[in-house]
Design a protein around this ligand. Structure first.
Ligand code: PMP
Length: 298
């Protein structure tokens, strides 16, 4: 991989934030005894940026604080200060379309499993440009998913960096020529995608997604889409659904900060509906963009 070394003052250089400093991205690093590296003792958030604005910013910060609370990790700085750093990252990276990545680790300590009493978390941020064209193509065509057993731990509602099972699942999907993997629990129900929440639309037009619980991440995009469904008075139910049911759905889609509302047109090779993005899915995408603060559908 080619690494471009750029100085902070070089226009166009990618800037990261770590340990209280803005740094050239290629030089930003944490200590080898950081507990994020040693134990995945860290939580993260990914915020989409569109038209230079963060989508669902407050929702992502609420979830960040919840993840920290669940792991008895302190906030690295007050919320308003964190938001100021986030804005500064957008400014320094001239980020208009892309992602802002935040991670809070427990910090660097001599390696030992118990959580150290003195909290000194490490805050990391990185910015990344994304091509709207590649995203639009996927959205226009829809994507394929495969189903695969969910082998993750019992607290998937906490957004930790312990993502190895998700990494393996996504890799299996890509090897199978699919874009995403939907994870299936021991009873045959889909929990969620490897980095997305899973949805289907029944033949009678009811939108379905699994209820929140320790088996899934409470997606911020999911929450905004649920608000959109209520506002548009589209029939909606939170209940588990099986892979078999999803394969005979009228429509299917997934949600995430990076994918927004993404049509799923094939599950395990089987076409969903007529094999093209569904109308309810497309409508939800438009409604989501309005509600999340992205404005139009640009
Ligand atoms: N589930 C998992 C496992 C994820 O990693 C993500 C992406 N962070 C999501 C769901 C979607 O969540 P959000 O809409 O907040 O991006």
């Amino acid at each position: 991989m080619q690494v471009t070394r750029t100085h902070t003052r070089t226009p166009g250089g990618r800037i990261a934030y770590v340990g209280g400093r803005y740094m050239p991205h290629a030089e930003a690093a944490v200590h080898i005894e950081d507990r994020g590296l040693q134990f995945a003792d860290a939580i993260y958030e990914v915020c989409a940026v569109s038209n230079g604005r963060m989508l669902d910013e407050e929702g992502h910060l609420d979830r960040l604080q919840r993840s920290l609370r669940e792991l008895q990790m302190p906030m690295p700085m007050p919320r308003a200060a964190l938001q100021a750093v986030m804005r500064e990252m957008l400014r320094r990276n001239r980020l208009k379309e892309g992602l802002l990545y935040l991670q809070v680790t427990r910090g660097a300590f001599r390696r030992d499993h118990p959580i150290p009493a003195d909290g000194r978390p490490t805050l990391i941020m990185a910015a990344r440009n994304l091509s709207p064209a590649a995203f639009e193509k996927r959205r226009a065509e829809g994507v394929a998913v495969i189903t695969i057993p969910d082998i993750r731990w019992g607290r998937c509602d906490i957004k930790t960096t312990g993502l190895l099972a998700n990494v393996l699942a996504k890799t299996a999907a890509r090897k199978a020529g699919a874009y995403e993997a939907w994870l299936v629990d021991e009873d045959g129900f889909i929990t969620e995608g490897s980095s997305t929440n899973a949805w289907m639309v029944t033949q009678d037009g009811t939108v379905i997604t699994r209820p929140l619980g320790p088996e899934i991440l409470p997606g911020i995009t999911r929450a905004t889409v649920i608000r959109a469904l209520a506002q548009a008075k589209i029939p909606f139910a939170e209940r588990p659904f099986t892979a078999a049911e999803a394969k005979f759905a009228r429509e299917a889609f997934f949600t995430s900060a990076t994918g927004n509302v993404m049509p799923v047109v094939r599950i395990d090779g089987q076409a969903i509906g007529n094999g093209h993005p569904g109308l309810i899915t497309q409508r939800l995408y438009t409604l989501y963009r309005e509600l999340s603060g992205a404005g139009g559908t640009a």
